[in-house]
Design a protein. Sequence first.
Length: 103
Amino acid sequence: MADPMKIRANLAGDTTEVKVLMSHEMETGQRKDAQGKVIPAWFIQNVTATWNGKTVLSAEWGPAIAKNPFLSFRFKGGARGDKVQVNWVDNRGDKRSDEATIA
């Protein structure tokens, strides 16, 4: 399993801003190793974020996303102390789920 995500969620007026740093190698499947063999594709395919059980972000990614991707988004609503949960699934079936408290 990958390292924990670093998540910050801050309230600004009636909008919550969420910043996420994910730890993942994100291989495209186009690079070759030192022996000339193709390194298999390995990338995050689906990302979802929920707040109080309600989906506030749903994204489908591909191999063009950079290693250790950074994601930033905003949504209407949220209150200090509420939880925001971010989940991802990669093309090998590995999963990661972490949460942060809105400050």
